[in-house]
Write a protein that binds this ligand. Structure first.
Ligand SMILES: Cc1ncc(COP(=O)(O)O)c(C=O)c1O
Length: 385
């Protein structure tokens, strides 16, 4: 084995991951480290020690501290960012706040996330909204992406969704340039940054967007069910939580803080989890992950004899596409079958059918090693034989 990459030594001990399996899909649902799980358990025990007093007095303070820690880490003013459960919730929240009318238009790209698309589809069916798709080739340059969005904009456009990192194709989108183009309409520009926090460093306020939502549970080691929703100031009074409760009459972002009687311990561990992200190396850890992701991408491609020429020119740092041979996993059923076969061979990796062919989408986190990518290459060869 080359000494190309610094070893992640026993960092795996920080995670509950089953050591008998190869985990190459760390961004899909995140991996919560023990320190965050333990901090969460401490909050839960405090709640159970005195449920009445905890929920009345301690919980609001702890939620606010978590929200402020997330805003500080993302470089955002405290009054500009709320905590929500996930990007799925944020998307529905924004759709419901837009007061959409029949004939209004929403622009998404063909690289968008399936659940976001389904939420938009539901609004199209419910309210007569028109979905317009910006069709972007996998290897399109940034100018082509902007042009594809530009072609779909009109005076009826009310929402433009652009992904910071796309899910099926693991590419970075030129979000600032798309936002700039969309400025000729009065539409809300939503940046779906589900894979952003702890993966790409972004000056969120400088993007020129209206709304930005990023999961803290994918790459930033925060407990699941924690996402940051930033809004430009002109939207802060217009966007209301989906679930209205005791904080319904509060301004943004406090109106998102109360959700009835719920376990909000995930939000309380934001400070601990982000401290762990920093202590594991922060952006230098991400740079190491990106080097290993690229190395693994080439290893797997070389081992099955495919070219990487058609893959995105602006890949996500730690998630890379590997094309599968022609006809392999080329539709959703076949992709699911290959996923199941690799999973049965102890390898967890995204298998995606997109654009008429199959792709693997291995991801690399701090606990990933060279051996993990070797395991993937070997398991894939066994399936392709
Ligand atoms: C681009 C993108 N948007 C939205 C989501 C939804 O995130 P969540 O399931 O946390 O709501 C994902 C999840 O992988 C995603 O990749």
């Amino acid at each position: 084995m080359t000494a190309l990459l610094s070893s992640s030594c026993d960092v795996r001990d920080l995670f509950a991951l089953d050591p008998s399996r190869t985990h190459l899909s760390p961004g899909a649902y995140g991996a919560v480290p023990y320190p965050a799980l333990e901090a969460q358990q401490v909050w839960r025990q405090r709640a159970e020690a005195d449920p009445h007093r905890f929920h009345r007095y301690e919980l609001p303070q702890a939620v606010m501290a978590g929200r402020h820690a997330a805003a500080d880490w993302l470089g955002l003013p405290h009054d500009s960012m709320a905590l929500v459960t996930n990007v799925t919730e944020a998307t529905s929240t924004l759709l419901a706040s837009l007061e959409l009318r029949a004939g209004d238009e929403i622009v998404l790209s063909n690289h968008g996330y399936g659940a976001v698309r389904l939420a938009v589809d539901a609004w199209c069916a419910r309210a007569g909204i028109v979905l317009r798709e910006a069709v972007v080739a996998l290897d399109a340059g940034d100018e082509d992406v902007v042009a594809a969005y530009g072609e779909q904009l009109s005076e009826r456009t009310r929402l433009v969704v652009v992904d910071q990192i796309t899910s099926p194709t693991a590419r970075m989108m030129p979000v600032a340039a798309v936002a700039q183009t969309a400025r000729r309409t009065d539409a809300m520009v939503l940046v779906d940054a589900a894979h952003g926090p702890g993966h790409v460093a972004v000056d969120i306020e400088a993007l020129g967007a209206d709304a930005w939502v990023g999961n803290l549970h994918k790459w930033a080691f925060v407990s699941r069910g924690t996402a940051a929703l930033w809004l430009a100031s002109r939207w802060r009074e217009r966007v209301r939580p989906l679930v209205l409760g005791w904080s319904a009459t509060d301004g943004f972002p406090e109106c998102f803080d109360a959700r009835g009687t719920a376990d909000m311990s995930a939000w309380m561990v934001v400070p601990d989890a982000l401290r762990l992200w920093e202590s594991l190396g922060g952006w230098s850890m991400v740079a190491r992950n990106a080097r290993l992701a690229e190395w693994g991408q080439h290893l797997v491609a070389d081992s099955i004899g495919v070219s990487l020429d058609s893959t995105p020119a602006t890949p996500a740092p730690a998630m890379r596409l590997v094309p599968l041979p022609d006809g392999v996993a080329a539709d959703e059923v076949a992709a699911e079958d290959l996923y199941e076969a690799l999973s049965a061979d102890s390898v967890e990796v995204g298998v995606i059918a997109w654009g008429g062919r199959g792709w693997l989408r291995p991801g690399t986190q701090v606990f990933t090693t060279e051996e993990d990518h070797v395991h993937l290459a070997e398991a894939l060869l066994r399936q392709l034989r």
